[in-house]
Write a protein that binds this ligand. Structure first.
Ligand code: FAD
Length: 386
């Protein structure tokens, strides 16, 4: 189809990638966000090769390579630092044809904003949509109305447009743990600079991975009751307590980070839900399938959504609603499987059943490194871009 006007709600990874892909397809695209200033939530993200391949197809491969960290290996270590497994990523990179990139969220956002050919319309909170025979109109709290042939609802995990699509409100589910994440200068005393290092023990996890600018993106995971009070002033003291007795680099990391620059989300997911589309409104990204970050796939799935949605619109002449249904059929199967797998992995890592977590620790010590890369490869290759 030609000459479509698309209204995108939300300028996160999903909304911006969709905005770029749809603009490149020749459509008129308006992207709206409720915030006055776009600031990424969280410090870093690992973009696995399926996400990077979407960026490649959008002409952003070279930019991505500049801002992405050169991660050659993964190391799993016990909480006291003994090596459990050393996993080279080269078999994965060779099989899938693209290296993964850990990246600072701010760098990724800057890249996506620069690639989107118009200005994002900030300070526009969408409060609903109305459809008539001719199209669909997004309605904003400030009185503005935006009419288009379709609305892409990329409004995140607490999406209000999800309620419109499903006809009922769905509350995100708590994944059982809290995550602290941030950036620190890279230092070989913390971790090798080509390596994603992960310390595991007591159902907790500490991770550091290299990103551009000689920095590490780090995170700590701790299973905690939902609603545990958070205050940057006490982050260091809390983490020192949670990780007492862990290896020296973990202690150094706690000393080093700036608590005022650390994000502390409680991890939630959504779904699986079986509807991503109603009429001319399509959910995309976390609004459809917020995912526990234990496979590093939530943002990658949002990018896949953006690519698939654009392809269906471009390649049919049977109308917008038809294209969106085809999008829904393909994406519910793929993204819902990832949501379920990531939740299972979150439970395995964070001690929902302590025996299963213990079994995982034992398995890590004996597993063939290629079993680990094969499992990640399988997830990547199930995406739309081979
Ligand atoms: P969001 O980024 O939430 O964007 C939604 C946008 O919509 C926001 O800008 C918001 O302001 C706007 N909005 C909301 N409501 C309205 C409204 N009513 N009107 C207008 N605008 C509105 N994914 C990976 O691929 N790899 C990783 O390594 C990874 N690590 C993660 C680590 C953590 C700790 C977490 C929490 C997530 C991680 N993810 C990862 C998941 C990834 O961050 C998300 O899947 C991704 O950011 C979702 O993007 P989105 O655009 O769908 O939603």
């Amino acid at each position: 189809m030609n000459n479509l006007k698309v209204v995108v709600i939300g300028a996160g990874i999903g909304g911006l990638t969709a905005g770029i892909a749809l603009s490149q397809a020749g459509y008129e695209v308006e992207v709206y966000d409720r915030v006055q200033e776009l600031r990424p939530v969280g410090a870093g993200i690992s973009l696995w090769s399926n996400g990077v391949k979407v960026l490649n197809r959008l002409g952003l491969g070279a930019e991505m390579a500049k801002i992405g960290g050169k991660m050659e290996r993964m190391e799993y270590r016990t909480k006291t630092g003994e090596l459990l497994n050393n996993i080279t990523l080269s078999p994965l990179i060779h099989t899938v044809g693209q290296r993964p990139y850990p990246v600072a969220r701010r760098d990724l956002q800057t890249m996506l904003l620069a690639a989107f050919p118009s200005e994002v319309k900030l300070g526009h909170k969408c409060i609903g949509v109305e459809e008539d025979g001719k199209g669909v109109t997004a309605i904003f709290e400030n009185g503005h109305k935006a009419q288009g042939d379709l609305v892409v609802a990329a409004d995140g995990i607490r999406s209000i447009l999800r309620t419109h699509v499903l006809g009922q409100q769905i509350e995100p589910k708590y994944g059982g743990y809290t995550n602290w994440n941030g950036l620190v200068p890279a230092d070989a005393a913390l971790a090798p600079k080509d390596c994603w290092i992960i310390y595991v023990g007591d159902h907790k996890r500490v991770s550091m991975m290299p990103i551009a600018g000689d920095r590490f993106y780090f995170f700590f995971d701790v299973p905690l009751p939902k609603g545990t009070p958070a205050n940057p002033e006490t982050y260091k003291a809390e983490l020192k307590e949670h990780f007492q007795g862990w290896a020296a680099p973990v202690q150094s990391l706690i000393e080093l980070f700036d608590p005022n620059e650390v994000a502390r989300p409680e991890i939630h997911d959504v779904g699986p839900i079986d509807r991503y589309v109603k009429g001319r409104v399509a959910l995309l990204g976390d609004s459809a399938h917020a995912t526990c970050p234990d496979m590093g796939q939530g943002g990658c799935q949002a990018m896949e959504d953006a690519w698939v949605l654009t392809q269906y619109l471009m390649t049919t002449n049977l109308g917008v609603e038809y294209a969106l249904k085809r999008y829904e059929m393909e994406r519910t199967e793929r993204a819902n499987a990832v949501v379920q797998k990531a939740r299972k992995r979150a439970e395995q890592i964070h001690g929902k059943d302590p025996a299963i977590t213990q079994e995982w620790y034992s398995q890590l010590a004996v597993e063939k490194p290629t079993d680990v890369t094969d499992a990640i490869t399988k997830v990547i290759m199930a995406g739309p871009l081979r």
